[in-house]
Ligand binder design. Structure first.
Ligand SMILES: [Zn+2]
Ligand SMILES: [Zn+2]
Length: 281
């Protein structure tokens, strides 16, 4: 699962085969800045070691930030040492606890425990709000000349003109919402994880089982496609992509029928699907 934003790449989990899929998807984004691992099960992290080694071969210099449960650093460092791999860049491990795990000017990423068979986290990315729509006619009416002063106001900063302060709110609309993305990893559809994902624009959620195997989903602490759809409906998300489909399923149209009974804007995720999230107006 990769999120590409402003030319930067974030990976969410890194299962076996991730590198090959990244190359096939689009070579220009094979260089992630951050990797968020949900839990220490092989299908979610076994691709990380190979990825770290490949980035070393590409003479990467920037640090790679790896977020995940406690113990992930030991798994990676033990293997790198045993394999005598030299890494020319810094690997920064960030052990994850519930709450904000990454905060930048334009976005933040939060983690929340999921109910699964190991210490496991879901992630939610929220962009900061953006300055409101700029109205040139209002700026002109206040005597602000077109140029760098407009740019300052468009960036949400006040300016001084002829002894007066002009605030962005005088020449632009209300601040606009950022976009949001949620990723469950492996999870039961609990109430608190539903609240954690409230109103995300795009949610990628565990739907390992079809409805016939609801008891298995409970036993192995995963979700059925119907449960994923029900959670998406209650959380009022924009769009749901169901993932982590059991290898036993060979007809995904049946899964889609089961899921769409409870939530309309749903797809069964497949390799190389991609979704554009438009900036809200
Ligand atoms: Zn798992
Ligand atoms: Zn899994």
């Amino acid at each position: 699962m990769a999120v590409e934003r402003e030319g930067k790449l974030m990976l969410f989990d890194c299962g076996e085969g991730t590198q090959r899929q990244m190359v096939m998807a689009r070579p220009s984004i094979s260089n992630p800045e951050c990797v968020f691992i949900t839990h220490l099960h092989g299908d979610h992290l076994l691709g990380l070691l190979g990825l770290i080694q490949s980035l070393a071969l590409q003479n990467r210099e920037e640090a790679l930030h790896v977020f995940g449960p406690r113990g992930l650093d030991e798994i990676i460092m033990f293997n790198l040492t045993a394999l005598h791999v030299y890494i020319p860049y810094k690997i920064s491990f960030h052990p994850v606890r519930p709450g904000i795990v990454l905060k930048e000017k334009e976005l933040k990423v939060r983690a929340h425990r999921t109910l699964h068979t190991s210490d496991s986290y879901a992630y939610r990315l929220d962009e900061s709000t953006r300055p409101g729509r700029f109205f040139p006619e209002k700026a002109r009416a206040l005597g602000v000349p077109q140029g760098p002063l407009w740019k300052r106001l468009q960036d949400g900063r006040s300016i001084k003109l002829g002894g007066h302060v002009i605030r962005p709110s005088q020449v632009s609309g209300p601040r606009r919402k950022g976009r949001s993305f949620g990723y469950s990893g492996d999870a039961r559809p609990t109430k608190d994880i539903m609240r954690f994902f409230r109103k995300v624009d795009l949610l990628v959620f565990d739907g390992t089982y079809s409805e016939e195997f609801a008891d298995k989903a409970k036993e192995y602490l995963h979700s059925t496609v119907g449960e994923a759809a029900q959670l998406a409906s209650e959380a009022q998300v924009g769009r749901l992509v169901i993932t982590h489909i059991s290898a036993r399923v060979n007809d995904s149209s049946m899964l889609l029928r089961q899921a769409s009974k409870r939530f309309k804007n749903v797809v069964i995720g497949e390799d190389f699907n991609s979704y554009d999230l438009a900036l809200p107006e």
